[in-house]
Ligand binder design. Structure first.
Ligand code: ZN
Ligand code: ZN
Length: 419
């Protein structure tokens, strides 16, 4: 006699042959953050076909589908939908040639694989809907806008998400990353960094390049700040604490012999805990202000924080349970480790005070990955997320991503007798 687990029964219960075409269509039609109209309508249409209660326009273009299937826990599965302003260079048959309308057209590409996430969550939604005889509880499929701008999840919460869906007992999500396709990797604790971007305007006093003594040169102040900021990680943060502080942009002046009035610095900080995050942001504030005083700037510097992502903190118990369930269905469940990338997924479970876990999904042709790994050249040879050459292989990526979501959800959505 053979016994079939509920997950096996659900996984074999629907025809997901359409996923690859659907994925390639999404890939060909990427949409920037907050503009995911076409994607959202495709998602809503599918969810409606499978008897989900569907709400659209949540926080702009967000879509939620709720499938109530008897008593039991509520599980939220989340995918992000937005693409990036990148000109695709993958050479794929289904590569994007999309640019935005307007005077300065911007190329658009699914360079972070959110098209994979949308497709897999729809695949999982279909399987859960087809297999309602094998589980009990409530499944929520949430498609959020604008992950890349860090405000899509928060936008849905601020638009009343808490009164639109039942409160989840657990929230789950995944991200396609440069790991071998077919592999999933999980991890407990902080797996993705908190990120903060900051724009700092330094005020000097401009004048003729030949008479610097009549000016306060903001170019020099900005240069001092950039150098001095390197000491935050090197000299202030404990050596075992992973922190990144990158100054990605310095803008000042127009001409070699004109001293400008202002300089603008843009920087980005990655941290794995609230305490160290505050320590680093405070240090930046202190150093910038002190350098301005040291150079006798006529006006206080201005600080504008934008694009703040929370740390992605995986709950230990949820991660153990989901990992155990995944191990029953995948040959290759790895350890996720810490990535310096960032996510706004955490804003969703935080809004409901629900525990969550977030795992990595491989998207790289396994043979190519092994070859690069043997030569120690994964970082150089495998295009990562946000690269113009980022090109997850559709299979087995979509299949693994779909199965992973179903299996993880069913770790909670069990018939009462099995719970
Ligand atoms: Zn991204
Ligand atoms: Zn992403």
């Amino acid at each position: 006699m053979t016994t079939t687990s509920p997950a096996q029964a659900v996984l074999s219960g629907g025809d997901t042959g359409w996923l690859e075409d659907f994925y390639q269509d999404l890939h060909r039609h990427p949409e920037l953050s907050h503009q995911e109209h076409r994607t959202a309508s495709k998602v809503a249409e599918r969810l409606g076909e499978w008897d989900f209660e569907v709400r659209t326009g949540v926080g702009g273009t967000g879509v939620v589908g709720v499938l109530r299937n008897g008593p039991g826990p509520t599980v939220l599965l989340r995918a992000d939908m937005d693409a990036l302003p990148v000109r695709e260079a993958t050479g794929l048959r289904y590569a994007s040639t999309v640019t935005t309308d307007g005077d300065s057209p911007t190329p658009v590409m699914h360079a972070c694989g959110h098209d994979v996430h949308v497709t897999c969550l729809l695949g999982a939604a279909q399987l859960l809907a087809a297999g309602t005889g094998h589980w009990s509880g409530t499944a929520i499929a949430l498609f959020q806008p604008a992950e890349e701008t860090a405000d899509g999840a928060r936008g849905m919460v601020e638009d009343g998400l808490r009164s639109i869906i039942p409160a989840p007992d657990v929230a789950l999500a995944q991200h396609v990353l440069p790991l071998p396709a077919g592999r999933v990797a999980t991890g407990s604790g902080p797996v993705l960094a908190a990120a903060d971007s900051m724009r700092i305007t330094v005020h000097g006093s401009g004048g003729h390049g030949s008479m610097p003594h009549t000016t306060v040169d903001p170019v020099v102040v900005a240069a001092m700040i950039v150098v001095r900021l390197q000491t935050v990680v090197a000299r202030e943060v404990p050596p075992g604490e992973p922190v990144v502080l990158t100054v990605g942009s310095v803008q000042a002046g127009t001409k070699s012999n004109v001293i400008p009035d202002t300089a603008v610095i843009e920087l980005n900080v990655r941290t794995y805990g609230e305490q160290v995050r505050t320590q680093v942001l405070d240090a930046i504030d202190r150093i910038v202000r002190a350098e301005c005083v040291a150079s006798r700037c006529p006006k206080e510097p201005e600080f504008e924080v934008f694009g703040s992502f929370p740390v992605t903190e995986n709950d230990h118990e949820v991660t153990e349970r989901v990992t155990g369930a995944l191990q029953e269905h995948f040959d290759d469940v790895g350890e996720m480790g810490r990535w310096t990338a960032s996510e706004d997924f955490g804003d969703l479970p935080a809004a409901f005070d629900a525990p969550s876990t977030y795992w990595a999904l491989g998207g790289v042709d396994p043979e190519g990955y092994e070859r690069a790994a043997r030569q120690g050249r994964v970082a150089q040879d495998i295009p990562a997320n946000h690269s113009a050459k980022f090109a997850p292989v559709p299979q087995p990526t979509l299949d693994a991503g779909t199965r992973g979501l179903v299996v993880a959800a069913l770790a909670y959505l069990k018939p009462e007798a099995d719970r």
